[in-house]
Design a protein around this ligand. Structure first.
Ligand code: C2E
Ligand code: MG
Ligand code: MG
Length: 768
């Protein structure tokens, strides 16, 4: 008998029943045979006939046979019971839930594990209808019964797996995975089913949770705004990518899956990819790598990449999560631009220049080549802002930036430092200092040349010149800051010495600049304390004093009288010239009015020097007219001296202002004529009365034939324009004679009298 058959017998007790039947049949048969053939009687007879035969013995033997049989049966049953107990014990201890049902669905056997799970005692369950007792109420029991019956009838395969819910005594429902088998008796008749089950409720819940979380992850994967891709580590093939990947990269799923990033050429810089791969190999993960990627259409996008190696069904894969940071990058670039570039001109700003300068100095350290720092300041830029407005000022700065960039090498840096200050870093000039100086002169010349063509400010053509200070560096022998200061000093020096020029730094300059600062301070004080006075210098025509030039003097408490040559440019620079200029006009007008009272002086004119800052001032015309009116001076006795340099810009506006004053009778003289470059075209349009031959031509008129020719030319020009002409700086009779020969008959100079205080001038006149 196979163990399974034996097991079935134990479980279902068919052997026991069969054995009992056999015993009963045997007893019946024995009594029948004994009765039918009167066997006991015959035996008695036989024993009586045969004296030697022991009847008792025979009987005993006969009677022993059924007992032997019964003993055999009992023994067998004991064995079976033992076996059954063993089996029960096994069933008790096995972890599986074991339930045997008969074909009607009644429980014939159940192990402890199963009964415990169901919440009953084993004996309470034996004989119970499994389906009615243990299936959840929601299940249509009859329907299930039908199905089972049908499958039993259809002789379903020996074992079948299924999962179903059972209901415990307390009403709790548990999910059980069953392995079912059909039990047959020796005649192959189905006598029930045997099921071994396992409580998989928790596992199922976990699996369900896993499924839900998988679903959730899938949803996150698919809908994430971040770009997610999964590549196999071995061959780099894309295994999966999300929609964001496809959208941002511009590919379809088919174009991506099964190909590599290299094939798609998505990394803009192969070095970035290399770094990414190395990090993954080394650490198994990497985070926040910024790299540029290429879309299918070639457009570049910035991604922030994080990745880690994971195991997907036994295959090592890289899962990369990327975020599109193109906008952030653009913002960063913008911020970077704002931080390092000048908004107006697009040139590097102060911060970036300082970086570049340090780099340049480090590179000079290595190469042994000199470099230079040029500081450029536009001359009279303030005038432009004041007169034409800041928009025009900005327009000019933009063009200056372009011109500067245009005349330098790519490796040099031009930057704007704010206002009208530009700084140039020249690199790799030469190993020799003198050659370096020559090169700087050359570049300075190129820069100056770039400023010659007028700037185009919305149909106004505007001239401006730069003053340039240069300092030289070799390696890191100086701090960048020191170098800047040196260039700054040199630039100030350039301003002081007439502007539109380049000056190299030399150590004495620091002293000069200090002096300049002191001077500017003292001048402020001088204005407050009214330390200025006017001197008058006679102007002669023929043998008569026809007028005077009012010349400013500063009566310094310590240094005595200071010449305007020392301080006029500082007054202009600081803007103090507006206040001082007005004071000069006021005093000059008062003087005119006073002289008008004295017949012998009433014919005198007073010439007053006017600076660019004054003329460009909006209220200039009104100011002059007001002073005339306040003092009661005759306008036609007042002469305003302008210089050529003052007439390069805003010519239309200047003509308007001059004409307004001219209409009131005020006269104009063009001072220092011949030293600047006047255009004949506008000279004709300016309402001038007089040209003043500069003293420099006069001083050399006897020795330099060119100067004589220039003097002659000025006389002719003045004649042809209908203007008078006067020569200044006439010191000797010979000079006067020479000028007279060229046709100039009006003079000013030491020959006739130095500039003196008004009393001295008056007594000089009275002396005749
Ligand atoms: P400027 O208008 O050309 O004045 C003539 C300068 O030549 C004066 O110098 C005068 O003293 C000097 N000078 C006169 N005769 C002779 C001579 O025979 N030989 C030599 N070597 N020099 C002579 P100063 O007074 O030192 O003035 C210098 C400049 O300062 C003036 O040149 C003028 O541009 C400016 N300035 C003077 N006063 C004023 C003022 O009130 N306002 C403005 N804006 N500028 C002024
Ligand atoms: Mg003058
Ligand atoms: Mg002059």
């Amino acid at each position: 008998m196979t163990p399974s058959r034996r097991m079935k017998e134990i479980l279902f007790g068919t052997q026991v029943r069969r054995d009992l039947w056999w015993i009963a049949l045997f007893c019946l048969f024995a009594f029948f045979v004994l009765g039918k053939f009167d066997l006991f009687e015959q035996i008695n007879d036989f024993s009586r006939n045969h004296e030697d035969w022991d009847l008792d013995e025979t009987f005993t033997v006969l009677m022993l046979l059924p007992f032997a049989f019964i003993f055999f049966i009992i023994r067998r049953h004991q064995e079976l019971r033992q076996e059954r107990d063993n089996t029960h014990n096994i069933l008790k201890t096995v972890e599986a839930l074991i339930i045997a049902l008969n074909p009607e669905g009644r429980i014939t056997q159940i192990n402890r594990k199963a009964s415990e799970l169901l919440g009953y005692r084993e004996d309470e369950l034996i004989g119970q209808d499994w389906f009615a007792t243990c299936l959840p109420r929601s299940i249509d029991v009859e329907q299930v019964r039908k199905v089972i019956k049908k499958s039993l009838a259809g002789d379903l395969a020996g074992s079948k797996y299924n999962e179903n819910w059972v209901r415990t005594r307390s009403g709790e429902e548990r999910l059980i995975a069953w392995h079912n088998s059909i039990i047959r008796d020796t005649n192959d008749k189905i006598i029930g089913t045997l099921s071994a089950g396992e409580d998989i409720t928790e596992r199922n819940q976990a699996e369900e949770a896993l499924k839900i979380s998988e679903k959730r992850y899938r949803a996150i994967f698919e809908t994430s705004q971040d770009i997610i891709s999964i590549n196999r580590v071995d061959d780099g093939l894309y295994v999966d990518v999300n929609q964001a990947f496809l959208d941002t990269q511009g590919y379809s799923r088919d174009e991506v899956i099964g190909r590599t990033a290299e094939e798609l050429n998505v990394w803009a810089d192969p070095a970035d990819r290399q770094r990414f791969v190395e990090l993954l190999q080394r650490d198994g993960r990497c985070s926040n790598i910024e790299a540029q990627f290429r879309r299918k259409d070639g457009e570049l996008i910035w991604w922030l990449v994080s990745a880690s190696v994971i195991d997907l069904d036994g295959t090592p894969c890289n899962i990369s999560v990327r975020r599109d940071i193109t906008e952030r990058k653009k913002d960063e670039e913008k911020i970077n631009y704002l931080a390092y570039f000048d908004q107006l001109t697009g040139l590097p700003n102060r911060s970036l220049l300082q970086d570049r300068l340090k780099q340049a100095m480090a590179s000079s350290q290595r190469s042994g080549c000199y470099g230079a720092l040029l500081l450029l300041d536009l001359d009279y830029f303030k005038n432009l802002n004041d007169t034409l407005g800041h928009d025009m000022g900005d327009l000019l700065l933009i063009q200056v930036a372009q011109r500067l960039t245009g005349c330098l090498r790519d490796e040099d840096t031009v930057s704007r430092f704010g206002g009208d200050e530009f700084v140039v870093v020249l690199v790799n000039l030469s190993e020799s200092l003198s050659e370096t100086a020559d090169l700087i002169e050359l570049i300075g010349g190129k820069i100056s040349a770039a400023f010659i063509p007028p700037f185009d400010l919305k149909e106004i053509s505007y001239r401006i010149s730069p003053s340039i200070g240069a300092s030289v560096y070799l390696g890191q022998n100086n701090e960048a800051d020191t170098l800047m200061k040196q260039a700054d000093l040199a630039m100030y020096k350039a301003k002081e010495t007439g502007r539109n020029t380049l000056r190299f730094f030399d150590p004495d300059m620091a002293q000069d600049v200090l002096k300049r600062a002191v001077l500017e301070n003292n001048l402020r004080e001088a204005v407050q304390k009214q330390q200025f006075i006017l001197h008058y210098q006679a102007q002669i025509s023929g043998h008569r004093v026809i007028g005077v030039e009012a010349l400013l003097r500063w009566q310094h408490p310590e240094h005595g009288l200071v010449s305007p040559v020392e301080f006029i440019s500082a007054l202009e620079e600081t803007g103090l010239i507006l206040a001082v200029g007005q004071w000069v006009l006021e005093v000059a007008c008062r003087q005119l009015a006073a002289w008008a009272e004295q017949p012998e002086l009433s014919h005198l004119t007073v010439s007053v020097n006017i600076s660019a800052r004054q003329l460009n001032d909006e209220g200039f015309v009104d100011q002059v007219l007001m002073e005339l009116e306040r003092s009661g001076a005759k306008p036609d006795r007042l002469k305003l001296e302008l210089t050529e340099s003052l007439l390069v810009n805003n010519i239309e506006e200047i003509i308007i202002k001059m004409s307004a004053l001219k209409a009131e009778g005020v006269g104009f003289s063009l001072d220092d004529f011949g030293t600047g470059y006047s255009s004949l075209a506008y000279l004709k349009r300016l309402p001038l009365d007089q040209l003043k031959i500069d003293g420099s031509f006069v001083s050399d008129i006897l020795t330099d034939p060119n100067d004589a020719a220039i003097a002659r030319m000025i006389v002719v020009l003045a004649d042809s324009l209908g203007m008078a002409v006067i020569a200044e700086g006439v010191e000797t009779e010979a000079q006067r004679e020479a000028l007279a020969q060229q046709g100039c008959h009006a003079y000013q100079g030491y020959l006739f009298g130095r500039p003196v205080p008004v009393d001295e001038f008056e007594s000089f006149l009275k002396r005749g």
